[in-house]
Design a protein around this ligand. Sequence first.
Ligand code: GDP
Length: 299
Amino acid sequence: FVAKLGSGLARSSSRLGSGLAAFNKRKLDDETLEDLEDLLITSDLGAAVARRVTKNLSKERFDREITENEIKQALATEIEDVLAPREKIVDFSDGPRPRVVLFVGVNGSGKTTTIGKIASKLKDQGAKALLVAGDTFRAAAIEQLTVWGDRAGIPVMSKPTGADAAGLVYEAIERAREEDLDLVLVDTAGRLQNKAELMAELAKVVRVIRKMDPEAPHDVILVLDATVGQNALSQVEAFRHTAGVTGLVMTKLDGTAKGGVLVAIAEAHDLPIHFIGVGEGADDLRPFSAHAFSQALVG
Ligand code: GDP
């Protein structure tokens, strides 16, 4: 998987990679430091990280010639330092029963696919799970989740398009209790008339779950699409506010994505990063590794 992660992120960070090449053998003066800081900011790493990298470099090597590799090393070290505290492998088959895991995020970010990939893993682990097609606004999401569930041999609860998602989730938790299931994985809508309605709908689902079990939802996983770049930051803020996000997944790092924003998110938010998505297949979900990610991002 490292090869896949590597090639995916290498493409995703091509701006950063090729941009850094231009600094090879330059004298590390004020102008070079400023150019480097600009490049790091436009690669979505965030102003704070950009500033620290240039500051550390100038402390050690100001007015001396610097190589591309030296910059890459300094950058990879800084990025890994930021990301390492966020590395947290999660085992959904463990913990309270039924463990209720809510997946939130904007439409198209990869929620349904991520649930499907996790369901495939759970099948291998022998956990008794239930998938809930809580994106009742999109017929395709209901169908897609059903396909993943059938493939993994995990039941899927759904209702016709337009049905009340909170009601569906209520029934799903009741069923999980009756059947003594380990885990309830809930998909949610990512697009409504507008953002306020989406957030109101989500808040309602969370309220219903809390009423049934004050400890639940035990996990609220925000799924972020790496290709949206900087926008991922405002999504974290919005969903944290409404749904009380407990962890992150970043998808589509196999594409032309700019995964750099994950560094800015890690800097600003004390939230664990559980997985990254590197493709559409069942095996294309990887536990997040700060080391592998920082190496691949820097190129
Ligand atoms: P949702 O609306 O949040 O449920 O998003 P979906 O799960 O339906 O995903 C939207 C599209 O992104 C689908 O075509 C998925 O196959 C695709 N997708 C999801 N995750 C990944 C990923 O890690 N890599 C790639 N290349 N595509 C992905």
